[in-house]
Design a protein around this ligand. Structure first.
Ligand code: S3P
Ligand code: PEP
Length: 428
């Protein structure tokens, strides 16, 4: 346990932060680099605990991966040369590693068992196991394969035509990755678009991919080719400082190198709609991924409704958006966010508990939150629920409380943002 005591700031935040690498893209860069033949160099990689689980999994399967800070060199001979892991794979706290690796392991000619920590062991895997079984995968585990640990006996799989029943990029990605090993075509249709980094990377590594509206089709191609990937800054990490800049009086912060893929920019739209002072500068694009700098300043905010198609475009930002809403005049309503209940913790319950302790007016609904503002916040003792996004939301809240905030255990922040407190310190 690492208890964390945070004092109120009582002054504006100012300065620049180079946002750490995007977690979703870092995972995928390791996956595609390991499946591809040749050398892949990844720069601005996120060396957080979750992405290192993906690195370790491929090292267990015989891939050479050298990690020097945020630069990775992967040397692989491709899919056909991966070897059976000699021990169970530990996926720690990482839902992305688990779901995406399931798609790969289903079609590889060996036996694997996978497990994770207490949080991951409660998260649903049937959303991935069901379509993979339709493709012919042989997977077993607790609750008929819904819960870790799972055992996968790789086998011959065949393509399917699958419409996503949940708004999940992890499920979409698992099926598309399995499609690389399957006989025939694999088609995935998503009624509501989710992050498209897998599709972008399939293209960059030379897969056979077509996109027609909301339907993505991939054809078996065992030969992907290594390529360099420059990872943009993680907008989900930037979100904590965007909210800090918007709510701490007098602040102005520049967040550099932020990934601005439209499937991820819901937080920018929310800040604009709430009336925040936000500007995007120096936009450019590398390998289909948009980058830019985002400038945020403190200003008055108003409550809004957040629902429908925007939800997957800001799903991980909702805890810190709830904090933002406590500082907006009027009511903010968040709907259609039922996926929050199956993240590292039930984030609807956790956010309500933490922000209520700090004096906010916030109510849980089945699929979201209702927040009434503007409220001043008090100090107190809060739980992180061992969830990095809840811990970072609590730390940002402490900037505007009237007295000390104690977080019971903030070590989970290393999952996605190992340098979080140093970056906060640098603008305080
Ligand atoms: O594909 C990804 O990299 C992710 C997708 C999202 O999960 P779901 O696909 O479960 O919505 C997100 O919450 C997670 O942090 C990363
Ligand atoms: C939900 C998250 O990650 P994962 O599903 O990979 O554990 C997250 O980072 O907020």
């Amino acid at each position: 346990m690492s208890e964390c005591k945070l004092q109120p700031l009582n002054k504006p935040l100012s300065g620049e932060i180079l946002v750490p690498g995007d977690k979703s893209i870092s995972h995928r860069a390791v996956i595609f680099g390991s499946l591809a033949n040749g050398i892949t160099k990844i720069t601005h990689f996120l060396d957080g605990e979750d992405c290192m689980r993906t690195v370790d999994a491929f090292r267990e399967m015989g891939v050479y991966i050298d990690v020097q800070d945020t630069t990775l060199i992967i040397k692989s001979k491709g899919i056909t040369r991966l070897v059976e892991p000699s021990q169970p794979l530990d996926f720690g706290n990482s839902g992305t590693t688990t779901r995406l690796m399931l798609g790969i392991l289903a079609g590889l000619p060996f036996f694997t068992t996978i497990y994770g920590d207490a949080s991951l062991s409660k998260r649903p895997m049937d959303r991935v196991v069901n379509p993979l079984r339709q493709m012919g995968a042989i997977i077993d585990g607790r609750l008929n394969g819904n819960l870790l640990p799972l055992a996968i006996r790789g086998t011959t799989i065949k393509g399917i035509d699958y419409t996503l029943p949940v708004k999940s990029a992890q499920v979409k990605s698992a099926v598309l990755l399995a499609g690389l090993f399957a006989e025939g075509k694999t088609k995935v249709t998503e009624p509501i678009p989710t992050r498209n980094h897998t599709e972008n990377m399939l293209k960059a590594f030379g897969a056979d991919l077509t996109i027609d509206g909301n339907t993505i089709t991939v054809t078996n191609k065992s030969e992907l080719t290594g390529t360099d990937v420059h990872v943009p800054g993680d907008i989900s990490s930037a979100a904590f400082f965007l909210v800090a800049g918007a709510i701490v009086p007098g602040s102005e912060i520049l967040l550099k190198n932020v990934g601005l893929n439209p499937s991820r920019t819901g937080i920018i739209e929310v800040l604009n709609k709430m009336g925040a002072k936000i500007q995007i500068e120096a936009e450019h694009s590398v390998s289909g991924e948009a980058f830019g700098n985002v400038r945020i300043a403190h200003g008055s905010l108003k409550g809004i409704t957040i629902e429908g198609g925007i939800i997957p475009r800001l799903i991980d930002e909702i805890p810190v958006i709830a904090l933002l809403a406590t500082q907006a005049e009027g009511t903010t309503v968040i709907k259609n966010a039922e996926e929050l209940r199956v993240k590292e913790t039930d984030r609807i319950t956790a956010v309500v508990d933490v922000l209520t302790t700090l004096g906010a007016d916030i109510t849980a609904t089945e699929d979201g939150l209702i927040i009434k503002g503007k409220t001043s916040l008090n100090g107190g003792e809060i739980a992180s629920y061992d969830d990095h996004r809840i811990a970072m939301m609590g730390a940002i809240a402490s900037l505007i409380t009237d007295s000390e905030v104690t977080i019971d255990d903030a070590s989970c922040i290393a999952i996605s943002y190992p340098n979080f407190f140093n970056d906060l310190e640098s603008i305080s």
